[in-house]
Design a binder for this molecule. Structure first.
Ligand SMILES: Nc1nc2c(ncn2[C@@H]2O[C@H](COP(=O)(O)OP(=O)(O)O)[C@@H](O)[C@H]2O)c(=O)[nH]1
Ligand SMILES: [Mg+2]
Length: 297
């Protein structure tokens, strides 16, 4: 079984990348995904694209979920027997927890793909808030995708590439839009000698809401824009899957960048996940309750 670990900060493009490679593959592929936040979103995003996936419960792979991770991998091997297992840890997790779990299972052959959001990588790294996290992520990666280059200029793309190269001169680096590669993914090294890592993890707060009653797409967009405005705290990531008046929709907020897209299946339960720090939970709840019937998960 080929194993690929896809790591990267919240919203860098992990799910987008995995959908690309799983859809284009003739191999039997299963994705193991660990969303940060009580309401998992990515599992349903994968199923809607016809990709088999297993969701790890809320929490973070790199600390509390190692046992669950091992159990889930064993279950996937028994039930699906896939050619390719792709693991998407949550966007706050270092890949080291996954690496250790694989090591415990005697699995030492895998590739690590690190995705960086080029719109914010250099700035965040220089601000040192995330430098330990990024250092670990990039230095453990065999392949690094400098993603979202459609949103930046050449100068920033070069700076990002130079920083990635300083952190990990051995990595194979691609510049990508929507995490798309136009060549097959290179294989990872044959065998690994134990990676020494500290398991750097980011500490964020999260809030998950479920929505009932009628939901207008416009009201969700307004809500996400309000989130992006900064009034509710420092919001790094917002995700939503909702049945709206114009049909099922997927909403994504990443560092102030808002996107909405048609979702091709009816959503099982309309929900929103918010991730950030210094969140004003009461104010967020009020803004949600003013618009819809909501419940905190
Ligand atoms: N403009 C632009 N948006 C992107 C790119 N890659 C991903 N996105 C968007 O960024 C958001 C987060 O992507 P996702 O794959 O869910 O990130 P994840 O949280 O790392 O799994 C989504 O709205 C994507 O459509 C890119 O190269 N350019
Ligand atoms: Mg994702």
């Amino acid at each position: 079984m080929k194993i690929t670990i896809v790591c990267g900060l919240l919203g860098s493009g992990k799910t987008t990348f995995i959908r690309n490679i799983a859809k284009g593959s003739t191999q039997k592929t299963v994705v193991l995904v660990n969303d940060f936040g009580k309401a998992g979103i990515d599992g349903e995003v994968f199923s809607a694209s016809g990709i088999d996936s297993v969701e790890l419960p809320s929490g973070c792979i790199c600390c509390t979920l190692r046992f669950d991770l091992i159990t889930s991998i064993k279950k996937i091997m028994a039930e699906y027997n896939p050619d390719h297992l792709i693991i998407e840890p949550s966007g706050i997790a270092s890949p080291s927890g996954v690496i250790e779990a694989l090591g415990e299972m005697g699995l030492r052959q895998y590739s690590i793909i690190g995705i960086v959001d080029s719109t914010e990588f250099v700035e965040l790294y220089e601000a040192e808030v995330y430098s330990g996290f990024f250092e670990e992520q990039v230095s453990l990666s065999d392949i690094v995708l400098i993603n979202k280059i459609d949103l930046i200029d050449e100068d920033l793309a070069n700076k990002t590439a130079a920083l990635v190269n300083t952190i990990n001169p051995g990595a194979i680096v691609y510049r990508t839009v929507r995490a798309a590669l136009d060549e097959p993914l290179p294989e990872g090294p044959e065998e690994r000698t134990g990676n020494k890592t500290k398991g750097k993890r980011l500490n964020f707060e999260t809030l998950s809401l479920t929505l009932t009653g009628s939901i207008s797409a416009r009201s969700v967009e307004d809500f996400f824009r309000e989130l992006a405005g900064g009034r509710f705290g420092n919001i790094i990531r917002g995700k939503g899957l909702l049945n709206t008046d114009i049909g099922p929709q997927k909403f994504d907020l990443t560092f102030g960048n808002m996107e909405s897209a048609v979702f091709n299946n009816r959503v099982t339960e309309s929900r929103i996940v918010i991730i950030g720090y210094n969140l004003d939970m009461a104010l967020i709840m009020k803004a949600a309750n003013d618009r819809w019937e909501t419940l905190i998960l």
